[in-house]
Write a protein that binds this ligand. Structure first.
Ligand SMILES: CC(C)(COP(=O)(O)OP(=O)(O)OC[C@H]1O[C@@H](n2cnc3c(N)ncnc32)[C@H](O)[C@@H]1OP(=O)(O)O)[C@@H](O)C(=O)NCCC(=O)NCCS
Length: 182
């Protein structure tokens, strides 16, 4: 099960679109993740239908209230050619701004890593953040990912001159070592 005492990661349901809208209509939240805010509910409904079909994104539900406060997703892209034969995932996550700074981001990555390494049996998990995204950096480092490399990104969508994306990796061996006895 992908859960802890407070949070549950579950498949999307069609009627999640209002909670989803609350998350992705916030331009600050989207800016940090490098995407555009979504301004209408109809678009959110469509995206939820797509998420239900492709099964690689999970809603983060607050167990107490059943509200969806964010999402976490995985992708099969190969981040670095040195690792191309390993089974691997790239993960990304987003939390509704009203719920930031409660430890949810850190916890949700912790829950998802357990699922990826011990249910899906992947060898490696990658993630990344933009250099200005200190909160995401904290979540990543607290989950003991190791920094690997950076690359310059196209700054068109940012109001900055230079932006780097920093990539991090955690292997199954590292994950298991960090979690011995837990
Ligand atoms: C990055 C993001 C997911 C972090 O979510 P979050 O739920 O606020 O994360 P956490 O609460 O676990 O950690 C963030 C901060 O809370 C603090 N914190 C951790 N546990 C805490 C707790 N139990 N109580 C209070 N604060 C806590 C952390 O120390 C950290 O502190 P900081 O304010 O000095 O940075 C969120 O900011 C977000 O959605 N950003 C936009 C999208 C994005 O950037 N996604 C990542 C790129 S893929």
């Amino acid at each position: 099960m992908m859960e802890n005492e407070q949070l549950k990661l579950r498949c999307w349901k069609e009627n999640d679109y209002i909670d989803y809208y609350e998350i992705v209509s916030d331009s600050d939240v989207c800016y940090s993740a490098g995407c555009k805010a979504i301004e209408n509910l109809e678009q959110c409904k469509k995206e939820i239908v797509y998420k239900i079909k492709c099964n690689s994104s999970f809603a983060i539900e607050l167990k107490d209230t059943k509200k969806v406060i964010g999402f976490i997703g995985m992708d099969d892209i190969i981040i670095h050619k040195n690792n191309e034969n390993a089974t691997q995932k790239y993960i990304g996550f987003m939390i509704n701004k009203k719920y930031w700074n409660n430890g949810y981001g850190t916890e949700v990555v912790r829950i998802f890593l357990k699922y990826l390494f011990h249910k899906l049996n992947v060898d490696l998990v990658w993630t990344s953040h933009y250099d200005f995204n200190y909160k995401s950096a904290k979540v990543i480092k607290k989950n003991r990912f190791k920094y690997k490399f950076s690359k310059d990104v196209n700054t068109k969508k940012f109001n900055k001159e230079n932006v780097k994306e920093l990539f991090y990796l955690i292997t199954k061996e590292e994950y298991d070592y960090n979690n011995i006895g837990k």
